[in-house]
Structures are given as structure tokens and as C-alpha cells.
Ligand binder design. Structure first.
Ligand SMILES: CC(C)(COP(=O)(O)OP(=O)(O)OC[C@H]1O[C@@H](n2cnc3c(N)ncnc32)[C@H](O)[C@@H]1OP(=O)(O)O)[C@@H](O)C(=O)NCCC(=O)NCCS
Length: 128
């Protein structure tokens, strides 16, 4: 995420470390495993009205193999079980992530710079 963060806010190592600890305590964090190795992480928050993806990260050597797609699809199914839409935010400096979300059916619901808010509502409509 470093390049995306640098382009959007600039990089402050001390702030990043503190914020990492805050997020680790606040969200449901899962390790994505592939080929018996840790390949990435998924940071979720169950909000009353949506399942919010705070972060999904796949290590560079595992990218482009469909892992990110599979993980986000899994989250959409988790939301569907509880009839909750899946929401997330993405920044313009991360077009690859935005493309992935759009391909999976997420729609832009608002822009609050630097964030583009997105939502996947098929689960609420019973389409998943
Ligand atoms: C965004 C991110 C999570 C996507 O994960 P990923 O595992 O690479 O995603 P996928 O492999 O499912 O799809 C990514 C691309 O690979 C392509 N792809 C999917 N399966 C593929 C396969 N079997 N072979 C080759 N390419 C494939 C997809 O078409 C997609 O192409 P695109 O970039 O042109 O849209 C990953 O790039 C990442 O961790 N980035 C850094 C962190 C980040 O920005 N996270 C999001 C914000 S928190």
C-alpha cells in the first residue's frame, strides 16, 4: 500500500505504525493463505448496516492469480448470509483495486475526497 498512501497522503512512518495497531485492534483481521503460505490479509468490520472491507492485501508475488477476486467474492457471500451489503472505500491512486471491485459488481455511491465510496448490494436483493 505504500505507493498508494504516499501518492494520497504522504508517508509518515510513526503515524502508520500507530494506525496499524489501532486498526488491528478494531477490525476482524484474517490471513489469506495460498500454497501453504501467508499470501495476504483481509480487514473487515461488521457494521449494523453493512459489511465493510477496510483492506484487502495480496503480497506482490501472489497478485494477478485471482486471489483478490476470490476473497472479495467470499466476503460478498458472507454479507449475503446476513442480508448485508458490502461496502468499502478506494482512492483514485489505486485504479487496480477499483477495477477489481467494479468487475465484481460494486457501484460508486459517493465521493468524499480522497475516498471513493463503493457498495455491493446484490446480497440485499437476494441475487447472491
Ligand atoms: C488489489 C489487490 C488486492 C488485488 O489482488 P489480486 O490477487 O492481485 O487480484 P486478482 O488476481 O483477483 O485480480 C487482479 C488482476 O489480475 C487478473 N487476474 C485474475 N486472475 C488471474 C490469473 N489467473 N492469471 C493472470 N491474471 C489474473 C485480473 O484480471 C486482474 O486484472 P486487472 O488488474 O487488470 O484488473 C492486490 O493487487 C493488492 O493487494 N494490492 C495492494 C493492496 C491494495 O491496494 N489493496 C486494496 C485497497 S485496501
Amino acid at each position: 500500500m505504500r505507493e498508494v498512501i504516499k501518492k494520497t497522503w504522504g508517508w509518515d512512518e510513526a503515524w502508520q505504525l500507530t494506525d496499524f495497531d489501532r486498526r488491528l485492534a478494531a477490525y476482524v483481521v484474517s490471513i489469506i493463505e495460498a500454497e501453504h503460505r501467508a499470501a495476504g490479509s483481509l480487514w473487515l468490520e461488521w457494521k449494523p448496516d453493512s459489511l465493510y472491507i477496510h483492506e484487502v492485501q495480496v503480497l506482490p508475488e501472489f497478485q494477478g492469480k485471482g486471489l483478490g477476486t476470490e476473497v472479495v467474492q467470499h466476503v460478498i457471500k458472507q454479507g449475503a448470509h446476513r442480508r448485508l451489503p458490502v461496502t468499502l472505500s478506494v482512492v483514485p491512486a489505486n485504479p487496480r483495486a477499483k477495477r477489481l471491485y467494479e468487475r465484481l459488481g460494486f457501484e460508486v455511491t459517493g465521493v468524499e475526497p480522497p475516498f471513493i465510496r463503493m457498495r455491493h448490494s446484490a446480497s440485499v436483493k437476494g441475487a447472491v
